[in-house]
Design a protein around this ligand. Structure first.
Ligand SMILES: Cc1cc2nc3c(=O)[nH]c(=O)nc-3n(C[C@H](O)[C@H](O)[C@H](O)COP(=O)(O)OP(=O)(O)OC[C@H]3O[C@@H](n4cnc5c(N)ncnc54)[C@H](O)[C@@H]3O)c2cc1C
Length: 551
């Protein structure tokens, strides 16, 4: 049996970081098991390829569906998740956001020492290389390259101006002093290429002799001797079972959907659930798979009278081919952008201590993850609620590791969640009506004039709301007295030895923003903990304390 010091399950955002940081120590042997393949498609590399990756199940996308969603007319929702090197960072929207400083302070208040904003900021900085260099809030020389919005398209600027005209604040940097307001996004794109976790962390170290990466290796269970994880069983490309040994630790990085699935397949979970599938209990941990949180999103679109949005810019086979050729041979043109460079973080009620709505402005008429093609020029405000009260869970459909897990997202199960999204719809209509957008907006396409009252807005939301792809929380961190916690503050699975979970599933609460950078931060911090290295000194970069007038 092959033996390694560490076995990393999943080469996604978190797994790539661990592969890099752990193999800095030449004396340890690390194995990465990834169910998918390599990330060598032009669609992964070219930012404009994102549309084709999100909507289709295939080589790079697991393409899950939720179970019937009771508060969304029993619809099953499409849940793309990345597969292969880079995981979801190889198919994501490339927006670089960390969330609000208070999100991390809240984790500290939940008893998680070392996870306040001051504690985690050094890890965000360590991971990042911001275009133009670092500053008080940003890193300048990390593996994750981050660029600043640069599109000349006037609609991005007009929407920010319209936001200000509607009475909202503006901000220059969502990840700096002040998150709240309208402004430009930063992106994990560099020199016109997607900068996935694989690109930043895995590819540069592939030739280290102490790193082995196996693709097409689908973990079926973690192997235990008593209460110690000693290895991993996986199915290789031929479907044969292979067992590999981990002398020090197994590091589960399969993401918020599949990490809880793998734990349950390995006998770690709620004994009643495991019994339903004939799985023997290794460790009873009722929290596994619970606490699922995600950002639910609706898309409001307006027609644009000018041929300056994705529809006209990419219309027709010849134009599409030219974009591909121009990108492939000269790395120039529209292939370099993902049509999403500005947005906002807003409060749906003035009394909130931080924004609870995020807006992504897209230069296309968007419906149903881009699967429904609308042949019109236009722009879309994606509106999502950042800190839902609703909680879902990830369970098993069967004990077969090749089956998809059962996802119960349970969106909009509280009135506060419904109110926030409804308010977001009203707020975006007000922004779209401002004079700054007069040259770029004609009629409202979605939801359309027929949807006006609160009841009509709620009904429309039930009909069309979709995920904006940020599930977390299914193996949540918690303090020693938290019965439902799956891992402790060092990400060790409670009551077991030699096993940590390191990915988006450990977030106890969903951060107010996109989840790739926070997941990478978690893995950077985990790497220090695994290696027994001291955490860096807390960082005192100032952040906005809620009083815009004083700022
Ligand atoms: C379509 C989409 C758009 C998004 N847009 C953005 C965005 O613009 N900005 C942002 O910040 N965030 C975005 N996100 C979210 C962000 O990318 C994820 O939160 C983050 O990548 C999660 O990292 P992870 O390490 O937890 O899991 P993942 O990156 O999903 O990695 C899990 C890995 O484990 C592998 N795996 C799963 N099961 C097994 C198994 N049994 N055996 C072996 N390997 C296995 C998977 O194939 C995958 O490679 C988006 C996500 C998606 C899906």
């Amino acid at each position: 049996m092959d033996s390694y010091d560490y076995i990393i399950i999943g080469a996604g955002s978190a797994g790539c970081v661990l592969a890099n940081r752990l193999t800095e120590d030449a004396s340890v042997r690390v194995l990465v098991l990834e169910a998918g393949g390599k990330d060598n498609s032009i669609l992964v590399k070219m930012p404009a390829g994102v549309g084709s990756l999100i909507g289709n199940k295939g080589t790079y996308n697991w393409g899950f569906w939720t179970e019937d969603e009771p508060n969304l007319n029993n619809r099953k929702l499409w849940w793309p998740r990345g597969k292969g090197w880079g995981g979801s960072s190889s198919i994501n929207g490339m927006i670089y956001i960390r969330g609000h400083a208070r999100d991390y302070d809240q984790w500290r208040q939940m008893g998680l020492e070392g996870w306040s904003y001051r504690d985690v900021l050094p890890y965000f900085k360590r991971s990042e290389a911001l275009e133009g260099g670092g500053d008080e809030w940003h890193g300048g020389d990390g593996p994750l390259k981050v660029s600043k919005a640069s599109s000349p398209n006037p609609i991005f600027h007009a929407t920010v101006e319209a936001g200000a005209q509607a009475g909202h604040p503006t901000t220059k940097d969502f990840n700096g002093f002040q998150q709240e307001g309208w402004g430009p996004y930063q992106m994990t794109i560099h020199d016109g290429e997607r900068w996935s976790a694989a690109k930043g962390y895995l590819h540069p170290v592939m030739n280290r002799p102490n790193l082995t990466c196996i693709t097409g290796a689908r973990t079926s269970r973690i192997v235990f001797e008593g209460d110690r994880a000693t290895g991993v069983e996986y199915l290789n490309e031929a479907g044969e079972k292979v067992v590999v040994n981990a002398a020090r630790e197994v590091l589960l990085c399969a993401g918020a959907v599949q990490s809880p699935q793998i734990l349950q397949l390995s006998g770690i979970g709620d004994p009643e659930e495991l019994a339903k599938h004939g799985i023997s209990v290794v460790k009873a941990l009722k929290g596994v798979g619970t606490n699922l949180q995600d950002h639910l999103d609706v898309t409001l679109s307006w027609e644009c009278p000018k041929p300056i949005t994705a529809f006209s810019l990419r219309k027709g086979l010849i134009r599409t081919l030219l974009i591909g050729i121009n990108y492939t041979f000269f790395k120039k043109g529209l292939g370099r952008q993902q049509f999403l460079e500005s947005g906002a973080f807003l409060k749906s009620r003035p009394d909130l201590d931080r924004p609870d709505l995020q807006i992504h402005t897209v230069l296309a008429v968007m419906q149903n993850h881009g699967k429904t093609i609308i042949e019109k020029d236009g722009f879309t405000f994606h509106v999502c609620q950042l800190r839902p009260e609703s909680r879902g869970r990830v369970g098993l459909k069967s004990a077969d590791p090749k089956d998809d897990p059962a996802i119960f997202a349970n969106y909009l199960s509280t009135e506060e969640d419904r109110r926030a999204l409804r308010e977001g719809v009203k707020m975006m209509r007000k922004v779209a009506a401002q004079s700054a957008l007069d040259p770029y907006r004609t009629n409202e396409l979605f939801p359309g004039e027929a949807v006006q009252t609160d009841e009509e807005i709620d009904a429309w939301i039930r009909d069309v709301a979709e995920t904006i792809y940020h599930p977390v929380g299914t193996c949540r961190m918690g303090s020693a007295d938290d019965e439902m916690a799956v891992v402790d503050g060092e990400l060790k699975v409670r009551g077991l030895k030699g096993l940590r979970v390191v990915d988006a599933s450990v977030m106890p609460t969903l951060v107010g923003g996109n989840t790739n950078a926070p997941t990478i931060m978690i893995a950077e911090k985990a790497a220090d903990m695994i290696r027994g290295k001291a955490a860096p000194a807390p960082d005192d970069a100032p952040v906005f304390d809620g009083d815009l007038a004083a700022a």
